[in-house]
Design a protein around this ligand. Structure first.
Ligand code: 3PG
Ligand code: MG
Length: 396
């Protein structure tokens, strides 16, 4: 797939509508993680330095078409100004007179943020008239919100049909990393998929077994695969109604030459709680009153051995209940091995999804991974092999 980038595009004096993802995590009214804002800055700086008037569009949270005061982009515009180290203007609405008034008084190189696009019902409906109102504000459209590209909304998809449109540098970086991971990877390719539920990752597992050479399944979702094979998992979290589905995935893997690795040992406890008494057991010997909460050291060693031969890794989801010590041990050990192989130049590693990013941070290796996606849902849909509407519209 090829898409239009900013290479060679003349932007001086142009009003550039830049779709960003300012949907940043907020805790107690404060932005708790600036990653998405920081990653947006290269595109803004490039456009501004080339003399564009940069008009940033974004959603925040899910106000469902209404103006919800607590969901304003005012704090994000402030944070963007701080990270950029320059003045960023703000318009109280993303269309109509308030937006026009701010844009009319912008000089070349200026940056403005328009209020939350989801304050208008037309945004999520991908309404044509609303898209046209947005398009009126700009001469061209640049999408830098890969993390919102799974949504076919007016500001991610609709407006791109109405203006010359391009991928921003962050969008481009995400697409390059993801393409290198699954579309045309250096083999062998390994995937690690964890998390609690098979049900939320069925399409993802189905797509991966067709594409990767080795698929490691960890986390509580591994329990469903073990139980499906008739292995007792005690009181572990598992999805009984998905046993047939799990066996279907195993069969599909076999026929497409993908090796599935399931845990061979586990850390178990009677409950998921800090300071609880733990035991290390082999899979097949999980006591009836215990639950699997992390992979054991033999499993980690098997995974690390495969990592040593892999050239590409895609990781989504922790292999244990990493938020509660000591059940972070397995995920952290694997993360460190991934980081070491990547740093040594032997592995290209790509991770994504909220929990995965937290787990990599917790292991202290976030900076050593080849590429960590800033996307959650979009990263998952991409791993599922779906076409993201916000990307498809930039093709050409
Ligand atoms: C995200 O944070 O995953 C994106 O900004 C998309 O948000 P949404 O799930 O509310 O569409
Ligand atoms: Mg989301």
């Amino acid at each position: 797939m090829s898409y239009r980038t900013l290479d060679g595009v003349a932007v001086a004096g142009k009003r550039v509508l830049l779709r960003a993802d300012l949907n940043v995590p907020v805790r107690d009214g404060r932005i708790s993680d600036l990653t998405r804002i920081e990653r947006l800055c290269p595109t803004i700086r490039e456009l501004s330095e080339k003399g564009a008037r940069v008009i940033v569009l974004s959603h925040f949270d899910r106000p469902k078409g209404k103006r919800v005061p607590g969901m304003s982009l005012v704090p994000m515009a402030g944070a963007l100004g701080e990270v950029l180290g320059r003045k960023v203007r703000f318009a109280e609405d993303c269309v109509g007179v308030p937006a026009q008034q701010v844009i009319e008084t912008m000089y070349n190189g200026d940056v403005a943020v328009l209020e939350n696009t989801r304050f208008h019902a037309g945004e999520e409906k991908n309404d044509r008239a609303f898209s046209a109102e947005l398009a009126e504000l700009g001469d061209m459209f640049v999408n830098d919100a890969f993390s919102a590209a799974h949504r076919a909304h007016a500001s991610t998809e609709g407006v791109a049909h109405l203006l010359p449109s391009y991928a921003g540098r962050l969008m481009q970086a995400e697409l390059e990393a993801l393409t290198a991971a699954l579309t045309s990877p250096v083999r062998p390719v390994m995937a690690i998929v964890g998390g609690s539920k098979v049900s939320t990752k069925l399409d993802l597992l189905g797509n991966l077994v067709d594409k990767v050479d080795v698929l490691v399944i960890g986390g509580a979702m591994a329990n469903t695969f073990l139980a499906a094979e008739g292995i007792a998992v005690g009181r572990s979290l598992e999805e009984r109604d998905l046993h047939a589905t799990a066996l279907g995935i195993v069969a599909r893997a076999k026929s497409s030459g993908c090796t599935i690795l399931l845990p061979v040992d586990a850390m178990v406890a009677s409950a998921l709680a800090p300071g609880v008494a733990t035991r290390l057991v082999s899979i097949g010997e999980v006591p009836a009153d215990q639950m699997i909460l992390d992979v054991g050291p033999k499993t980690v060693a098997e995974i690390v051995a495969v990592l040593a031969t892999a050239r590409t890794l895609v990781w989504n989801g922790p292999v244990g209940a990493f938020e509660t010590a000591p059940f972070d041990a397995g995920t952290t050990a694997i993360a460190k091995a991934v980081a070491a192989a990547t740093t040594a130049g032997k592995l290209r590693s790509i991770g994504g999804g909220g929990d995965t990013v937290s787990a990599l941070k917790h292991a202290g290796v976030l900076e050593q991974i080849s590429y960590v996606s800033s996307a959650g849902g979009a990263f998952l849909e991409w791993l599922e092999g779906k076409i993201l509407p916000g990307v498809a519209v930039l093709e050409g």
